[in-house]
Design a binder for this molecule. Structure first.
Ligand code: GTP
Ligand code: MN
Ligand code: MN
Ligand code: MN
Ligand code: MN
Ligand code: MN
Length: 193
């Protein structure tokens, strides 16, 4: 588990770089195959390095606030400068994979139509599309037979601690129960072998 610090403490530390990433999500009434409710849209992205991660990026707090920097990165990566506030902040931690980097994590709920418009903009107008970002992806939150759905998604490779960020955000937002999360992690573990 990465070492957690407060947003305020993070901003007083010298010699650290800062990165801000966000889970954008919302409710959905859509049904897979006309019968399996997808329940929620949760967005991640396929990065240029082939790893899954959240949209966002490096922010320089001496030039912009963390939240304004995150909005700027969202404009570059998903084509919409989604407004982000301190109330969207959920955690800050010393990066387990990158020395002298503090990663800040945010969550924001949006409507289904806002999320769909953003998915279009991510392809149509985002300057990083096809470059730093190979595509936005939705996280499957359901369980199909033989590990299909969330277990298979979790068996992919993720940047830094973004997989842990996803799991804790799903729990925090109540999108899945503790039992469902444990089941998904267990099944994902089995398919890695
Ligand atoms: P450049 O414009 O090339 O600088 O990229 P960027 O500003 O978009 O930065 P990026 O999104 O790659 O994030 C910077 C660093 O934060 C990465 O090198 C990772 O170490 C880390 N990182 C990237 N995505 C995530 C994420 O979803 N969660 C966490 N915790 N860390 C991430
Ligand atoms: Mn089909
Ligand atoms: Mn970026
Ligand atoms: Mn980025
Ligand atoms: Mn950047
Ligand atoms: Mn860039």
């Amino acid at each position: 588990m990465a070492e957690q610090i407060t947003r305020e403490d993070a901003l007083t530390r010298e010699g650290y770089r800062h990165a801000c990433h966000i889970m954008l999500y919302g409710d959905s009434s859509a049904k897979l195959f006309g019968k399996i409710p997808i329940k929620h849209i949760v967005l991640m992205q396929m990065r240029f390095d082939g790893l899954l991660g959240f949209p966002g990026g490096l922010v320089n707090p001496s030039e912009e606030t963390l939240e304004a920097g995150l909005s700027r990165e969202l404009h570059e990566e998903v084509g919409v400068a989604v407004p982000v506030g301190v109330d969207n902040h959920v955690s800050s931690c010393l990066s387990p994979s990158c020395p002298r980097l503090i990663t800040h994590f945010y969550i924001k709920k949006m409507t289904e139509s806002e999320l769909k418009e953003m998915e279009k903009a991510a392809v149509a107008t985002a300057t990083d599309h096809g470059l730093e970002v190979l595509g936005m992806v939705r996280v499957p939150l359901y369980f199909l037979k033989n590990g299909g759905g969330l277990p298979y998604f979790l068996s992919h490779s993720f940047i830094s601690n973004s997989r842990a960020q996803l799991l804790s955000a799903l729990q925090r937002c109540g999108l899945l129960s503790q039992g469902e999360l444990e089941k998904a992690v267990r099944q994902a573990e089995q398919m890695r072998r």
